[in-house]
Design a protein around this ligand. Structure first.
Ligand code: NAP
Length: 320
C-alpha cells in the first residue's frame, strides 16, 4: 500500500494477529521499553525519524510526523488500537540552544499526531513530562497551573494544550521514567549502573527531588488507563519522592554494587546549567484512585529492572 509517500506491506495472518500499537519516537528510550513491555500482547509498530532500527519482533517504519498525509496513511495501514506519541526533543540543553526546533518537534508534531488520531478516531497517548513547574512545591497534582522554567518545559506545556485542542479525548501522561537503554541512549539508571560497575566516580544531586517510575510500570499503568477509557491529564510516576542521590544509592543496594563511587552534588553549585526545577515530584493520587492501585516504591521498581536484565533485556537493548 502506498499513500502520501508512506508505504507498508502487511503480511500478518488476520486470524493470528494481535492488536497493534503504533509508537512515534521509535528509536527512543521509552518507545523501546514500551515495545519490550507490550510485545507479548501487542504487535508493536515503531515509527522512526532519522535513526532506523531492525528489531526482531517489531515492525519498523519511517514516518514524517510533519506530513498529515503520511500520518493518516500510517493509521490506515496499521490500524493501531492506540498510538503512543513518544517522539520529542528531550534534551533540556538542546531545546535551549535550538528553541525553534524544540517548538516544531515538541509542539507542532504533537499537534499533528493528535489531529491525525482525531481524524481516524484512534485513541492517543501523548507523553508529557514532570518538567512543567518551577519546583517550589512537592508532589504536584494535575490541577496545579504549569509554570515551566525553560524551553523544554515551555514546549512540553504548550504541547499539552495543543494536543487537547486537536484531540480532546487524548490521554496526556506526565512522567519521569527509567529503563534499559541503548548504546546511543542511556537511561539515568544505566548511567549509574555503568559507573558503579566500572567503579567510576559519579556525582548525583542531593538537592533535586523527583518521583521516577520504571518504564515497564508506566506502560502497565497507561494500558490500565486505556482499558478504562481514561482521557485528560494523568501523572504516572512512582509514589516515592526522593533525590537523585538517594536514587543512586538505591540502585547500588538493589544491584548489589558498591555505592562508594557515588558523590553528593548540588544543582545549586552549577549556575551555568539551563535553569531547571529543584523539585519535579508529582502526585500519583489521581491515577491510584482511578485504577485502585499504587505504583509502588522505587526499590520494588529497581528490583523489576534487575529482573529485566536477568531475562536479557539490558543486553538486547544495549546491542542497539
Ligand atoms: N527520559 C525521561 O526520563 C523523560 C522524562 C519525562 C518526559 N519524557 C518524555 O517522554 C518522551 C520520550 O522520551 P525518551 O527519553 O524516550 O526520548 P528519546 O530517547 O530522547 O528519543 C526521542 C525520539 O524522538 C525522535 N525524534 C526527534 N526529533 C524528531 C522529529 N523531528 N520527528 C520525529 N521524531 C523525532 C527521535 O528520533 P531520531 O533519533 O531518529 O531523531 C527519538 O526516537 C518525550 O516526549 C519526553 O519529553 C522523558
Amino acid at each position: 500500500m502506498i499513500n502520501g509517500g508512506y508505504s507498508v506491506t502487511d503480511n500478518r495472518n488476520p486470524t493470528l494477529a494481535k492488536p497493534r500499537i503504533l509508537i512515534t519516537g521509535g528509536s527512543g528510550l521509552l518507545a523501546l521499553n514500551w515495545f519490550a513491555a507490550a510485545r507479548d500482547s501487542y504487535d508493536v509498530v515503531l515509527a522512526f525519524h532519522e535513526r532506523t532500527l531492525d528489531i526482531p519482533g517489531a515492525t519498523g517504519c519511517k514516518l514524517a510526523l510533519d506530513s498529515m498525509d503520511q500520518l493518516l496513511a500510517a493509521l490506515d495501514a496499521h490500524a493501531p488500537e492506540f498510538v503512543v506519541h513518544a517522539a520529542g526533543c528531550t534534551s533540556v540543553e538542546g531545546c535551549e540552544k535550538a528553541p525553534n526546533l524544540a517548538h516544531h518537534v515538541n509542539v507542532v508534531l504533537a499537534a499533528n499526531v493528535a489531529a491525525a488520531c482525531k481524524a481516524r478516531g484512534v485513541p492517543l497517548v501523548h507523553i508529557s513530562t514532570d518538567h512543567l513547574f518551577a519546583g517550589h512545591e512537592a508532589m504536584v497534582s494535575e490541577e496545579v497551573p504549569v509554570a515551566p522554567l525553560n524551553i523544554y518545559g515551555k514546549t512540553k506545556a504548550e504541547a499539552e494544550l495543543r494536543v487537547a485542542e486537536a484531540c480532546p479525548e487524548a490521554l496526556v501522561i506526565r512522567t519521569n521514567f527509567y529503563g534499559w537503554g541503548t548504546s546511543y541512549r542511556r537511561s539515568f539508571s544505566d548511567v549509574i549502573v555503568d559507573a558503579l560497575r566500572q567503579k567510576r566516580p559519579i556525582t548525583l544531586f542531593d538537592d533535586v527531588h523527583y518521583t521516577p517510575i520504571l518504564a515497564e510500570s508506566l506502560v502497565d499503568t497507561v494500558h490500565g488507563l486505556l482499558a478504562r477509557k481514561a482521557s485528560g491529564v494523568f501523572n504516572v510516576v512512582g509514589s516515592e519522592r526522593l533525590t537523585k542521590h538517594r536514587f543512586g544509592q538505591l540502585v547500588a543496594e538493589v544491584f548489589g554494587l558498591d555505592a562508594a563511587p557515588i558523590r553528593r552534588g548540588a544543582l545549586s553549585d552549577l549556575p551555568d546549567l539551563v535553569k531547571r526545577p529543584r523539585d519535579m515530584s508529582l502526585s500519583s493520587r489521581k491515577v491510584s484512585a482511578f485504577l485502585g492501585r499504587d505504583p509502588g516504591p522505587v526499590s520494588e521498581h529497581l528490583y523489576r529492572l534487575s529482573l529485566q536484565a536477568q531475562r536479557g533485556l539490558a543486553l538486547e537493548l544495549g546491542k542497539l
